[in-house]
Design a protein around this ligand. Structure first.
Ligand code: GDP
Ligand code: MG
Length: 163
């Protein structure tokens, strides 16, 4: 069976941006042929001769007052069940938020298959600040910039090292 990698995290951290960057070639072709307009959620990614299935969990929605919505719990639980590896994405420019901490609590018992990635680390300054996320308890944190492609090669290396 194919190795499944899911991206989870609160809204707006850049999950879809990373997904689209890693899948763009194939997605573009499929979109062109089929005229698909909606976001793609599953796509095969190949890196250094290894293939894995990438999942953009997207659509994580929070109630304005509740710390964590049933939707998040549901999406993160689904990802835990379905995935061999979970990319827990946080935002290097906002730092650790309460929602990140809630998600971390859910993921913590499964930490062996969690990889913490701090997106929007667009420059060195943000790369240094990602050490703030060590408090989430997942050990290493990989800084990337999904929109600029910064460090995404090292990120992919770390992913396929697990396959
Ligand atoms: P999602 O809700 O987690 O899927 O987040 P999106 O992929 O939709 O991105 C949310 C916003 O963050 C968009 O405006 C993106 O352009 C922006 N964004 C995504 N990645 C980066 C990044 O690496 N750096 C910066 N500065 N912005 C980013
Ligand atoms: Mg999205």
């Amino acid at each position: 069976r194919k190795y499944i990698v899911s991206i989870v995290g609160r809204p707006n951290v850049g999950k879809s941006t990373l997904f689209n960057r890693l899948c763009r070639k194939r997605s573009a072709i499929v979109d062109f042929e089929a005229g698909i307009t909606r976001d793609r959620k599953y796509e095969d990614v190949e890196w250094n001769g290894k293939i894995f299935k990438l999942v953009d969990t997207g659509g994580i929605v929070f109630n304005s007052i509740e710390t964590i919505d049933k939707m998040v719990l549901h999406q993160v639980m689904l990802a835990i069940d379905e995935s061999d590896l979970i990319i827990f994405m946080v935002d290097a420019q906002t730092g650790t938020t309460d929602i990140d901490k809630e998600i971390a609590k859910i993921l913590y018992p499964h930490k062996d298959k969690v990889m913490l990635v701090a997106n929007k680390a667009d420059n060195e300054k943000y790369e240094w600040e990602v050490y703030d996320f060590l408090q989430l308890g997942f050990g290493d944190v990989i800084p990337i910039s999904a929109s600029q492609g910064r460090n995404t090669g090292d990120f992919l290396d770390a992913v396929i090292e697990r396959i």
